[in-house]
Ligand binder design. Structure first.
Ligand SMILES: Cc1ncc(COP(=O)(O)O)c(C=O)c1O
Length: 374
Protein backbone atom coordinates (compact mmCIF):
# COMPACT_ATOMS: atom_id res chain seq x y z
CA UNK A 1 0.00 0.00 0.00
CA UNK A 2 2.80 2.41 0.86
CA UNK A 3 4.50 1.82 -2.45
CA UNK A 4 1.51 3.26 -4.31
CA UNK A 5 2.90 6.63 -5.29
CA UNK A 6 -0.57 8.01 -6.01
CA UNK A 7 -1.26 8.12 -2.27
CA UNK A 8 0.26 11.46 -1.41
CA UNK A 9 -1.69 11.52 1.83
CA UNK A 10 -3.91 8.79 3.13
CA UNK A 11 -6.19 7.82 5.98
CA UNK A 12 -5.82 4.24 7.15
CA UNK A 13 -9.09 2.90 8.47
CA UNK A 14 -8.73 -0.07 10.76
CA UNK A 15 -12.00 -1.97 10.25
CA UNK A 16 -11.03 -4.39 13.01
CA UNK A 17 -11.20 -1.41 15.38
CA UNK A 18 -14.74 -0.62 14.16
CA UNK A 19 -15.69 -4.26 14.78
CA UNK A 20 -14.08 -4.16 18.22
CA UNK A 21 -15.86 -0.95 19.18
CA UNK A 22 -19.26 -2.38 18.19
CA UNK A 23 -18.44 -5.44 20.30
CA UNK A 24 -17.62 -3.18 23.23
CA UNK A 25 -20.90 -1.30 22.85
CA UNK A 26 -22.83 -4.57 22.63
CA UNK A 27 -21.15 -5.87 25.79
CA UNK A 28 -22.18 -2.73 27.63
CA UNK A 29 -25.80 -2.52 26.50
CA UNK A 30 -26.72 -6.21 26.18
CA UNK A 31 -28.73 -7.89 23.44
CA UNK A 32 -32.11 -6.29 24.00
CA UNK A 33 -31.18 -2.76 22.88
CA UNK A 34 -30.75 -2.09 19.16
CA UNK A 35 -27.75 -0.21 17.81
CA UNK A 36 -28.13 2.51 15.19
CA UNK A 37 -24.69 3.63 14.04
CA UNK A 38 -24.34 7.26 13.09
CA UNK A 39 -22.56 7.14 9.71
CA UNK A 40 -23.42 10.61 8.54
CA UNK A 41 -20.79 12.84 6.91
CA UNK A 42 -19.18 9.83 5.21
CA UNK A 43 -19.02 7.99 8.53
CA UNK A 44 -17.29 10.93 10.24
CA UNK A 45 -14.73 10.94 7.43
CA UNK A 46 -13.97 7.18 7.63
CA UNK A 47 -15.86 6.13 4.47
CA UNK A 48 -19.51 5.26 4.81
CA UNK A 49 -19.81 2.02 2.87
CA UNK A 50 -16.91 0.13 4.47
CA UNK A 51 -17.79 1.36 7.96
CA UNK A 52 -21.50 0.53 7.54
CA UNK A 53 -20.74 -2.94 6.19
CA UNK A 54 -18.38 -3.66 9.07
CA UNK A 55 -20.69 -2.26 11.75
CA UNK A 56 -23.67 -4.24 10.43
CA UNK A 57 -21.65 -7.45 10.27
CA UNK A 58 -20.54 -6.81 13.86
CA UNK A 59 -24.11 -6.52 15.11
CA UNK A 60 -25.45 -3.02 14.45
CA UNK A 61 -29.05 -3.08 13.18
CA UNK A 62 -29.71 0.44 11.89
CA UNK A 63 -27.80 3.06 9.92
CA UNK A 64 -28.29 6.76 10.68
CA UNK A 65 -27.47 9.49 8.19
CA UNK A 66 -28.07 13.18 8.05
CA UNK A 67 -29.82 13.74 4.77
CA UNK A 68 -31.86 11.96 2.12
CA UNK A 69 -28.94 12.18 -0.33
CA UNK A 70 -26.69 10.28 2.08
CA UNK A 71 -29.48 7.76 2.63
CA UNK A 72 -29.90 7.13 -1.10
CA UNK A 73 -26.18 6.49 -1.50
CA UNK A 74 -26.35 3.88 1.25
CA UNK A 75 -29.55 2.27 0.04
CA UNK A 76 -27.77 1.24 -3.15
CA UNK A 77 -25.36 -0.86 -1.06
CA UNK A 78 -27.72 -2.06 1.65
CA UNK A 79 -31.12 -2.80 0.11
CA UNK A 80 -32.71 -4.29 3.25
CA UNK A 81 -31.16 -2.44 6.20
CA UNK A 82 -33.27 0.16 8.02
CA UNK A 83 -31.86 3.63 7.34
CA UNK A 84 -32.98 6.54 9.51
CA UNK A 85 -32.58 10.09 8.24
CA UNK A 86 -31.65 12.03 11.36
CA UNK A 87 -32.38 15.54 10.07
CA UNK A 88 -35.73 17.09 9.28
CA UNK A 89 -36.96 16.33 5.75
CA UNK A 90 -38.55 18.61 3.18
CA UNK A 91 -41.54 17.99 0.95
CA UNK A 92 -39.44 17.29 -2.15
CA UNK A 93 -37.90 14.31 -0.34
CA UNK A 94 -41.07 12.26 0.13
CA UNK A 95 -41.03 10.30 -3.10
CA UNK A 96 -37.34 9.38 -2.65
CA UNK A 97 -38.08 8.25 0.89
CA UNK A 98 -41.07 6.12 -0.06
CA UNK A 99 -39.57 4.64 -3.20
CA UNK A 100 -36.39 3.61 -1.38
CA UNK A 101 -37.99 2.51 1.86
CA UNK A 102 -36.07 5.02 3.98
CA UNK A 103 -37.21 6.06 7.45
CA UNK A 104 -37.68 9.80 7.88
CA UNK A 105 -37.47 11.80 11.09
CA UNK A 106 -40.62 13.88 11.18
CA UNK A 107 -41.39 16.98 13.23
CA UNK A 108 -44.15 18.72 11.28
CA UNK A 109 -47.70 17.72 10.43
CA UNK A 110 -47.26 19.11 6.93
CA UNK A 111 -44.37 16.75 6.19
CA UNK A 112 -46.21 13.84 7.81
CA UNK A 113 -49.18 14.48 5.49
CA UNK A 114 -46.93 14.79 2.47
CA UNK A 115 -45.25 11.46 3.25
CA UNK A 116 -48.61 9.81 3.83
CA UNK A 117 -50.04 11.16 0.56
CA UNK A 118 -46.98 9.98 -1.34
CA UNK A 119 -47.06 6.56 0.29
CA UNK A 120 -50.71 6.08 -0.65
CA UNK A 121 -49.95 7.17 -4.23
CA UNK A 122 -47.33 4.42 -4.33
CA UNK A 123 -49.88 2.00 -2.92
CA UNK A 124 -47.96 1.52 0.32
CA UNK A 125 -47.55 3.04 3.76
CA UNK A 126 -44.45 4.26 5.50
CA UNK A 127 -42.93 4.07 8.96
CA UNK A 128 -41.78 7.33 10.45
CA UNK A 129 -39.93 8.41 13.56
CA UNK A 130 -40.98 11.55 15.42
CA UNK A 131 -38.35 13.92 16.81
CA UNK A 132 -39.13 15.63 20.11
CA UNK A 133 -37.16 18.61 21.29
CA UNK A 134 -36.43 18.14 24.97
CA UNK A 135 -33.72 20.80 25.14
CA UNK A 136 -31.40 20.58 22.13
CA UNK A 137 -33.15 23.51 20.40
CA UNK A 138 -32.48 22.11 16.94
CA UNK A 139 -35.14 20.05 15.15
CA UNK A 140 -38.15 18.56 16.89
CA UNK A 141 -41.52 19.40 18.35
CA UNK A 142 -41.19 20.91 21.84
CA UNK A 143 -41.99 18.16 24.30
CA UNK A 144 -44.70 20.21 26.02
CA UNK A 145 -46.62 20.44 22.72
CA UNK A 146 -45.96 16.95 21.56
CA UNK A 147 -49.02 15.04 22.69
CA UNK A 148 -51.54 16.83 20.42
CA UNK A 149 -48.97 16.51 17.62
CA UNK A 150 -48.64 12.77 18.16
CA UNK A 151 -52.42 12.38 18.29
CA UNK A 152 -52.85 14.24 15.03
CA UNK A 153 -50.07 12.37 13.23
CA UNK A 154 -51.22 8.99 14.51
CA UNK A 155 -54.61 9.56 12.83
CA UNK A 156 -53.08 10.12 9.36
CA UNK A 157 -53.64 7.20 7.00
CA UNK A 158 -50.57 5.90 5.19
CA UNK A 159 -48.02 6.36 7.96
CA UNK A 160 -47.17 4.51 11.15
CA UNK A 161 -45.21 6.01 14.03
CA UNK A 162 -42.52 3.41 14.51
CA UNK A 163 -40.09 5.51 16.52
CA UNK A 164 -39.91 8.39 18.96
CA UNK A 165 -36.59 10.20 19.30
CA UNK A 166 -34.90 13.13 20.95
CA UNK A 167 -31.32 14.37 21.11
CA UNK A 168 -29.22 15.37 24.10
CA UNK A 169 -27.59 18.79 24.17
CA UNK A 170 -24.88 18.11 26.76
CA UNK A 171 -24.60 14.35 27.23
CA UNK A 172 -20.81 14.51 27.57
CA UNK A 173 -20.94 17.04 30.42
CA UNK A 174 -19.78 15.35 33.65
CA UNK A 175 -22.66 17.22 35.33
CA UNK A 176 -25.54 15.17 33.95
CA UNK A 177 -28.43 17.15 35.45
CA UNK A 178 -29.61 18.62 32.13
CA UNK A 179 -29.31 15.24 30.40
CA UNK A 180 -31.45 13.68 33.12
CA UNK A 181 -33.98 16.50 32.76
CA UNK A 182 -34.18 15.87 29.00
CA UNK A 183 -34.64 12.13 29.56
CA UNK A 184 -37.43 12.76 32.07
CA UNK A 185 -39.23 15.10 29.62
CA UNK A 186 -38.93 12.41 26.94
CA UNK A 187 -40.24 9.64 29.18
CA UNK A 188 -43.19 11.80 30.22
CA UNK A 189 -44.23 12.15 26.57
CA UNK A 190 -43.86 8.37 26.13
CA UNK A 191 -46.10 7.78 29.15
CA UNK A 192 -48.69 10.42 28.18
CA UNK A 193 -48.86 8.99 24.65
CA UNK A 194 -49.29 5.48 25.99
CA UNK A 195 -52.25 6.66 28.09
CA UNK A 196 -53.81 7.97 24.88
CA UNK A 197 -53.35 4.57 23.26
CA UNK A 198 -50.29 5.59 21.23
CA UNK A 199 -47.66 2.94 21.85
CA UNK A 200 -44.45 3.58 19.94
CA UNK A 201 -42.19 0.54 19.47
CA UNK A 202 -38.73 2.15 19.18
CA UNK A 203 -37.87 4.93 21.61
CA UNK A 204 -34.35 6.32 21.27
CA UNK A 205 -32.39 9.25 22.58
CA UNK A 206 -28.84 8.14 23.53
CA UNK A 207 -25.77 9.27 21.61
CA UNK A 208 -22.29 8.04 22.64
CA UNK A 209 -22.04 10.29 25.69
CA UNK A 210 -25.42 9.24 27.04
CA UNK A 211 -25.16 5.54 26.34
CA UNK A 212 -21.89 5.55 28.29
CA UNK A 213 -22.86 7.97 31.04
CA UNK A 214 -26.54 7.35 31.64
CA UNK A 215 -27.61 3.73 31.49
CA UNK A 216 -31.31 4.52 31.83
CA UNK A 217 -31.20 6.53 28.57
CA UNK A 218 -30.52 3.46 26.41
CA UNK A 219 -34.25 2.60 25.99
CA UNK A 220 -35.02 0.52 22.86
CA UNK A 221 -32.15 1.74 20.67
CA UNK A 222 -28.91 3.71 21.04
CA UNK A 223 -27.35 5.98 18.39
CA UNK A 224 -23.56 5.93 18.85
CA UNK A 225 -21.41 7.94 16.48
CA UNK A 226 -18.03 9.11 17.69
CA UNK A 227 -17.34 6.09 19.91
CA UNK A 228 -17.81 3.75 16.95
CA UNK A 229 -14.69 5.37 15.51
CA UNK A 230 -12.78 4.76 18.74
CA UNK A 231 -12.87 8.35 19.93
CA UNK A 232 -14.19 9.25 23.38
CA UNK A 233 -16.90 11.91 23.52
CA UNK A 234 -15.03 13.34 26.54
CA UNK A 235 -11.94 12.20 28.50
CA UNK A 236 -13.86 11.03 31.59
CA UNK A 237 -15.38 8.14 29.57
CA UNK A 238 -12.03 6.40 29.25
CA UNK A 239 -12.58 4.61 32.54
CA UNK A 240 -15.98 3.21 31.42
CA UNK A 241 -15.00 1.55 28.15
CA UNK A 242 -11.94 0.68 26.12
CA UNK A 243 -12.20 1.77 22.48
CA UNK A 244 -9.76 1.44 19.59
CA UNK A 245 -9.22 4.45 17.34
CA UNK A 246 -10.01 3.47 13.75
CA UNK A 247 -8.39 6.26 11.74
CA UNK A 248 -4.76 7.21 11.19
CA UNK A 249 -3.82 10.15 8.97
CA UNK A 250 -0.50 9.72 7.20
CA UNK A 251 1.65 11.24 4.52
CA UNK A 252 5.25 11.13 3.36
CA UNK A 253 7.96 13.76 3.23
CA UNK A 254 7.87 15.23 -0.27
CA UNK A 255 10.83 17.56 0.05
CA UNK A 256 13.61 18.22 2.51
CA UNK A 257 16.05 21.08 2.78
CA UNK A 258 18.53 22.70 5.06
CA UNK A 259 17.50 26.17 6.17
CA UNK A 260 19.80 28.73 7.74
CA UNK A 261 19.01 31.36 10.39
CA UNK A 262 16.98 34.36 9.23
CA UNK A 263 15.02 32.53 6.53
CA UNK A 264 11.25 32.68 6.83
CA UNK A 265 8.82 29.85 6.22
CA UNK A 266 5.50 29.98 4.32
CA UNK A 267 2.94 32.70 3.54
CA UNK A 268 2.98 35.88 5.58
CA UNK A 269 6.52 35.14 6.82
CA UNK A 270 5.20 34.43 10.31
CA UNK A 271 8.04 32.03 11.19
CA UNK A 272 11.71 32.90 11.16
CA UNK A 273 14.33 30.17 11.49
CA UNK A 274 16.58 30.88 14.48
CA UNK A 275 19.42 28.48 13.89
CA UNK A 276 20.39 26.16 11.07
CA UNK A 277 17.94 23.28 10.78
CA UNK A 278 16.24 20.90 8.34
CA UNK A 279 12.72 21.58 7.16
CA UNK A 280 10.48 18.90 5.66
CA UNK A 281 7.56 19.72 3.38
CA UNK A 282 4.54 17.41 3.68
CA UNK A 283 1.88 17.16 0.96
CA UNK A 284 -1.17 17.94 3.09
CA UNK A 285 -2.94 21.25 3.63
CA UNK A 286 -6.29 22.84 4.31
CA UNK A 287 -7.45 21.62 0.87
CA UNK A 288 -7.30 18.13 2.39
CA UNK A 289 -9.24 19.22 5.47
CA UNK A 290 -6.18 19.81 7.65
CA UNK A 291 -7.25 23.13 9.11
CA UNK A 292 -5.28 26.32 8.56
CA UNK A 293 -5.71 26.82 12.31
CA UNK A 294 -2.78 24.39 12.71
CA UNK A 295 -0.44 27.10 11.43
CA UNK A 296 2.52 27.23 13.80
CA UNK A 297 0.71 24.83 16.13
CA UNK A 298 1.01 21.14 16.71
CA UNK A 299 3.25 18.29 15.72
CA UNK A 300 3.55 15.26 13.45
CA UNK A 301 5.39 12.01 14.11
CA UNK A 302 8.45 11.23 11.97
CA UNK A 303 10.77 8.35 12.87
CA UNK A 304 8.80 8.07 16.11
CA UNK A 305 9.66 11.62 17.18
CA UNK A 306 7.57 14.76 17.25
CA UNK A 307 8.31 17.39 14.60
CA UNK A 308 6.67 20.80 15.11
CA UNK A 309 4.57 22.39 12.35
CA UNK A 310 6.17 25.72 11.46
CA UNK A 311 4.67 28.64 9.53
CA UNK A 312 1.27 28.92 7.89
CA UNK A 313 -0.60 25.82 6.66
CA UNK A 314 -1.11 26.26 2.91
CA UNK A 315 -3.77 24.67 0.72
CA UNK A 316 -1.66 21.65 -0.25
CA UNK A 317 1.48 21.62 1.91
CA UNK A 318 2.80 22.16 5.42
CA UNK A 319 6.31 22.50 6.74
CA UNK A 320 7.74 20.78 9.81
CA UNK A 321 11.08 21.25 11.57
CA UNK A 322 12.96 17.95 11.59
CA UNK A 323 16.29 19.41 12.73
CA UNK A 324 16.22 17.44 16.00
CA UNK A 325 15.41 14.07 14.40
CA UNK A 326 18.28 11.89 13.16
CA UNK A 327 18.35 10.26 9.75
CA UNK A 328 15.26 11.87 8.23
CA UNK A 329 14.95 11.42 4.48
CA UNK A 330 12.53 12.15 1.65
CA UNK A 331 9.56 9.74 1.54
CA UNK A 332 9.75 9.01 5.27
CA UNK A 333 6.28 8.46 6.63
CA UNK A 334 4.76 11.28 8.71
CA UNK A 335 1.82 10.59 11.02
CA UNK A 336 -0.60 13.44 11.71
CA UNK A 337 -3.14 11.29 13.58
CA UNK A 338 -2.22 7.84 14.83
CA UNK A 339 0.72 5.91 16.19
CA UNK A 340 4.37 5.70 15.25
CA UNK A 341 7.32 4.38 17.24
CA UNK A 342 5.37 4.03 20.47
CA UNK A 343 3.98 7.57 20.46
CA UNK A 344 0.41 8.42 19.46
CA UNK A 345 -1.28 11.62 18.30
CA UNK A 346 -5.02 11.30 18.91
CA UNK A 347 -7.84 13.06 17.06
CA UNK A 348 -8.71 14.61 20.44
CA UNK A 349 -5.17 16.04 20.74
CA UNK A 350 -5.32 17.49 17.23
CA UNK A 351 -8.74 19.01 17.94
CA UNK A 352 -7.61 20.44 21.26
CA UNK A 353 -4.70 22.28 19.62
CA UNK A 354 -7.01 24.32 17.44
CA UNK A 355 -9.94 24.75 19.82
CA UNK A 356 -12.35 22.36 18.12
CA UNK A 357 -13.67 18.83 18.67
CA UNK A 358 -12.57 15.50 17.21
CA UNK A 359 -15.85 15.26 15.26
CA UNK A 360 -14.82 18.24 13.16
CA UNK A 361 -11.22 17.13 12.65
CA UNK A 362 -12.37 13.72 11.35
CA UNK A 363 -15.39 14.71 9.28
CA UNK A 364 -13.46 17.49 7.53
CA UNK A 365 -10.88 15.17 5.97
CA UNK A 366 -11.23 15.85 2.28
CA UNK A 367 -11.70 13.81 -0.87
CA UNK A 368 -8.02 14.10 -1.80
CA UNK A 369 -7.12 11.99 1.22
CA UNK A 370 -7.20 8.38 0.00
CA UNK A 371 -9.02 6.00 2.36
CA UNK A 372 -7.08 2.76 2.81
CA UNK A 373 -8.88 -0.06 4.62
CA UNK A 374 -6.92 -2.45 6.82
C1 LIG B 1 -29.45 12.88 16.04
C2 LIG B 1 -28.11 12.32 16.35
N1 LIG B 1 -28.04 11.12 16.93
C3 LIG B 1 -26.84 10.56 17.23
C4 LIG B 1 -25.65 11.21 16.95
C5 LIG B 1 -24.33 10.57 17.33
O1 LIG B 1 -23.69 11.35 18.30
P1 LIG B 1 -22.24 10.94 18.85
O2 LIG B 1 -21.34 10.99 17.68
O3 LIG B 1 -21.92 12.00 19.86
O4 LIG B 1 -22.38 9.59 19.44
C6 LIG B 1 -25.70 12.46 16.34
C7 LIG B 1 -24.44 13.16 16.04
O5 LIG B 1 -24.27 14.32 16.11
C8 LIG B 1 -26.97 13.03 16.04
O6 LIG B 1 -27.06 14.23 15.46
Amino acid sequence: MQSDTLFKTWAEIDLEAIRYNIGQIRKLIGDRVKILVSVKADAYGHGVVAVSRTALAAGAEWLGVSHVKEALELRAFFPKVPILILSSGMRGHSRHIIRNNLTPMVCSVEIARDLARTALEFGTRTDIHIMLDTGMGRIGVWHENCLPFLEEVSRIQGIRIEGLASHFAAADDPDNSFTLHQLQCFLKVVEDARKQGIDIPIKHIANSGALLGMKESRLDMVRPGIMLYGVYPAPHYRKIIELKPALSLKTRIAYLKTVGPGRTISYGRTYTVKSKTRVATLPIGYGDGFSRAHSGRGEVLIRGKRAPIIGIVTMDQIMVDVGKIDGVSVEDEAVLIGEQGGDRITAEEVAGRIGTISYEVLSQLGKRVSRVYL
